[in-house]
Write a protein that binds this ligand. Structure first.
Ligand code: DMJ
Length: 534
């Protein structure tokens, strides 16, 4: 027994001696260092930056200054006779976020010396507002460079002519030189509801910056006219007539032409704290719950369908990828930009907010599945149709005309919000999976002028061989890569913090106005008498 104890202590001493005295001669054990979580996400964030950089360098080399770029053929053109800065202005704040200072300077110089909106050309009021005006305003917010504010004012003064209808509901387009509004050439001249109700953050911020009330008054009037239609359960048809201010047609959906009406209700509230918009939003979300939410079979994925013939018409199981903005918007609306734990402890927390938050979570999952379940690429198509038939064992199918992927942001946008609000790393993992699939299937690596790596929209996410669309949307730079970068980012600067900023629908961050509101809503909701529509 004694001998055994002696042997054990001798061995222990021997080992101790070896490790403390002869380490130089002893091979050190191979310790595989597991990268800490934040290192993994820093690496992944850098991967997003690298993809942005490759895409950007290719655009600079082969399409610089042009509004429309084709990354496969590496050709480019403008939409009109002169450039609008479509890609450059939309990308300013992402260049700033990713610390690409040389590229940002290059962009700023081009804007200063080459960009002039004084030409005879009709632009879409909404697209030009969210991308160009929004791009200038967030660039000003981040850099405080007056160049961007001056450009914003010049552009806004041209766009505002498009609001001069009988009712103040903007026409679809406006001539940049004359400031004259132009009715849509289709849909009986009506404008899209989402388009006229997605100008408010931009024009209100401009009023707040300049002290000029005109921008604010014009856009809040639109909200008053829309609300005076008394939409049933807060759900609005997707067209509106500028001359009468009445909704046109019956189609209700949260996809194309309807989407950001709902988004800007809550975002106007987040921006200015004006309760009238929160009231309208809550009403609309109640309407969504009552009329549009369904579960798929077999997995019971929550989805949002459409009502082609209005509230009392039949239900359609179709859901645009565009609807995927809603998950994140519901979450940030419910918590007002706080984390879920902070929000649940606040005085404002209530069952309605809890419902909105949980619906947001369910939708974010559904939208992730719209990527994950497409086996050929792991990328979502433009539109899916959900299955609610108990006999069919497939949650959704894709019609042949809807198989394309425009590298849209809505799903990764929602994952960004869900992660910031819940802190659950699962959302980052989902985002990374989607990012890797974008890299794998939308990168173009062969041919072209310089053989550079670049990224393109796809024709068909169900095809196993690359099927490029040869287009690059400016929101690839402005939104998709920005939200992915922010999703993986652990040190978000204040200028990007959800408690301090609200993102416009094109992912341009504007400050939330706290106490220093220069203007206030000047209209009140009217009592409902009878529903109106043309
Ligand atoms: C963007 O221009 C905006 O996010 C808009 O609200 C919807 N469509 C695109 C992105 O898909």
């Amino acid at each position: 027994m004694l001998a055994k104890a002696f042997l054990i202590s001798a061995l222990a001493y021997f080992l101790y001696y070896l490790t403390t005295h002869v380490t130089d001669y002893w091979p050190s054990p191979i310790i595989v260092e597991q990268p800490r979580d934040n290192e993994i996400w820093k690496t992944r964030k850098d991967e997003v930056r690298e993809v942005f950089h490759q895409s950007w360098v290719d655009y600079v080399k082969n399409g610089w200054g042009k509004d429309v770029y084709h990354p496969v053929s590496q050709t480019a053109e403008n939409m009109g006779q002169n450039p609008l800065g479509w890609i450059i202005v939309d990308s300013l704040d992402t260049l700033h976020l990713m610390n690409m200072s040389e590229e940002l300077k290059h962009a700023g110089d081009w804007i200063e010396h080459e960009l002039n909106y004084d030409f005879d050309y009709e632009v879409n009021v909404f697209e030009t507002t969210i991308r160009m005006l929004g791009g200038f305003l967030s660039a000003f917010h981040l850099t405080k460079d007056n160049l961007y504010l001056d450009k914003a004012v010049d552009l806004a003064d041209r766009l505002i002519g498009g609001f001069e209808s009988n009712t103040g509901i903007p026409y679809a387009s406006v001539n940049l030189k004359t400031g004259k509004g132009v009715r849509s050439h289709v849909d009986m001249g009506s404008s899209s509801t989402a388009e006229v109700a997605t100008l408010q953050l931009e024009f209100k911020y401009l009023s707040q910056l300049t002290g000029n009330s005109i921008y604010w008054r014009k856009v809040e009037n639109i909200m008053a006219v829309l609300d005076s239609n008394h939409p049933t359960d807060g759900l609005v048809p997707i067209y509106i007539q500028p001359e009468t201010g009445l909704y046109w047609g019956k189609l209700i959906r949260l996809g194309s032409r309807g989407d950001s009406y709902y988004e800007y209700l809550i975002k106007q509230y987040l921006q200015t704290n004006e309760t009238v918009y929160k009231e309208m939003y809550d009403e609309a979300i109640q309407g969504v719950k009552k009329h549009l939410v369904r579960k798929s079979n077999p997995s019971r994925l929550t989805f949002i369908g459409e009502l082609p013939n209005g509230i009392n018409g039949e239900f359609s199981n179709k859901m645009d990828h565009l609807v995927c903005f809603l998950g994140g918007t519901l979450a940030v609306g419910a918590t007002s930009g706080l984390t879920i734990n902070e929000a649940r402890q606040s005085d404002f927390w209530n069952p309605e907010r809890e419902y909105q938050f949980s619906l947001g979570k369910e939708l974010a999952y559904t939208c992730y599945k719209m990527y994950h379940d497409v086996s050929a690429t792991g990328l979502a198509p433009e539109i899916v149709v959900f299955n609610t038939d108990k006999k069919v064992q497939r949650d959704f199918y894709i019609k042949p005309a809807d198989t394309h992927n425009l590298q849209r942001p809505e799903t990764v946008e929602s994952l960004f919000y869900m992660f910031k609000i819940t802190g659950d790393p699962m959302y980052r993992e989902w985002g990374y999976e989607i990012f890797k699939n974008f890299v794998k299937h939308t990168s173009v690596t062969s041919g072209g002028r310089n053989n550079d790596v670049r990224y393109s929209c796809l024709q068909d996410v169900t095809a196993t061989t690359p099927n490029y669309k040869d287009d690059l949307e400016s929101f690839w730079f402005a939104e998709t890569l920005k939200y992915l970068y922010l999703l993986f980012d652990d040190d978000v600067a204040e200028q990007w913090d959800l408690k301090k900023v609200v993102f416009n629908t094109e992912a341009h961050p504007f400050p939330r106005f706290d106490q220093n509101l220069k203007f206030k809503t000047g209209w009140e909701r009217l009592k409902h008498t009878s529903p109106t529509s043309s």
